[in-house]
Write a protein that binds this ligand. Structure first.
Ligand code: NAP
Length: 315
């Protein structure tokens, strides 16, 4: 039998947790669903210093603070990997590997995942030197040389974090200019434990059969090959949406990102999308919580109107 809620929120990152806070505070029955621990990418982030109210806070600590806020007005938290979502108009159903749900509104905040580089050695050595999480795995490479691949905020910020643990960090970027925010770049350029290999693509992650030994690549301007020895390879070459279970709803763009209006509404009434899974420019904790607050409130308005409509039809 399906469990019934006014709102089911899928994904318990900062966006989903804020939506749960707003919707349950508006007296809706709320299920906040995740396939794992709440917090999303905050759990993989060392220090967060651009979330107002905290000069600096560890990602997992901010997750806990947000979770405590999210459930204080009675929202339930549950585990389950979503298999499919079906829109039946005035109600929607969700099938997970644990429970099934029937709900009036759905708020989707499943976020994004790190993209693979797609080179030989990447899969083979994942967990044996290849990582997407400096906070989780950086400590394994104490006093070693590590390579970071990418030129965005994640690559440069996580590269800087790694310098606290490792001997030396080499950032390999495919252009001669970083994409990361200026303040993040400035810090990296001042850090003498970081050096850069510019205009270069990594073509292979090398290993000794047991663990990573380095990378091989090529300078894409000169065609000159290069190698770098390293115990750890951290790959930050962008993100992709975790929207697979929702593709059949046909409300994402061709790359899987949800396009919403400023009320976080998708083209299906009663289905909202929030946080990193939305097509947007600035993916930050603060923009995720913004989306969550709006969606929680808009779900309340949607359900109020739905109930008024149903009542009028029954008179
Ligand atoms: P991103 O901004 O998309 O950057 C990806 C980087 O990887 C780019 O430098 C890109 O190069 C490079 N790249 C892409 N495909 C590649 C390939 N096949 N081979 C080699 N390099 C490749 O991704 P992100 O850094 O993960 O950030 C994702 C989002 O989270 C962004 O919106 C970012 O602002 C946000 N974020 C913010 C913070 C913060 O504010 N503290 C921290 C982390 C993330 P090009 O530059 O040449 O395209």
């Amino acid at each position: 039998m399906a469990k019934k809620y006014d709102v089911v929120i899928i994904g318990a990152g900062p966006a989903g947790m804020t939506a749960a806070l707003y919707a349950s505070r508006a007296n809706l029955s709320v299920m906040l669903l995740d396939r794992g621990i709440y917090g999303g990418q905050m759990n993989n982030t060392a220090e967060i210093e651009n979330y107002p109210g905290f000069k600096s806070i560890l990602g997992p600590d901010l997750s806990q603070e947000m979770y405590d806020s999210a459930i204080q007005f009675g929202a339930d938290f549950g585990y389950g990997t979503v298999k499919s979502v079906t829109d039946h108009g005035d109600y929607k159903t969700i099938e997970t590997d644990a429970d099934n749900y029937e709900t009036k509104a759905i708020i989707i905040g499943t976020g994004s995942n790190y993209r693979d580089l797609g080179v030989p050695g990447e899969e083979e050595y994942r967990g044996r030197g290849v990582s997407n999480c400096a906070v989780c795995d950086g400590a394994f490479f104490r006093n070693q040389h590590v390579v970071v691949i990418g030129g965005g905020d994640s690559a440069v910020e996580e590269g800087e974090y790694l310098t606290r643990l490792v001997d030396k960090v080499t950032i390999i970027h495919r252009r001669d200019e970083l994409r990361a925010q200026q303040i993040i770049q400035d810090r990296a350029f001042k850090n003498d434990k970081i050096d850069f290999i510019w205009d270069s693509n990594v073509q292979e992650i090398t290993g000794d059969g047991n663990k990573v030994t380095g990378v091989k690549g090529v300078n894409n301007k000169t065609g000159e090959p290069f190698t770098a020895d390293a115990g750890g390879i951290f790959i930050y070459v962008g993100i992709e949406p975790m929207s697979e279970p929702f593709r059949s709803l046909n409300i994402t763009d061709e790359n899987g990102w949800f396009v919403t209006n400023e009320n976080m509404e998708t083209t299906i009434p009663g289905i909202f999308a929030i946080g990193d899974i939305r097509k947007k420019e600035l993916r930050q904790v603060v923009t995720a919580t913004n989306d969550g607050g709006i969606a929680g409130q808009k779900a309340y308005q949607y359900i109020t109107e739905l109930e008024a409509k149903t009542e009028a039809a029954n008179v």
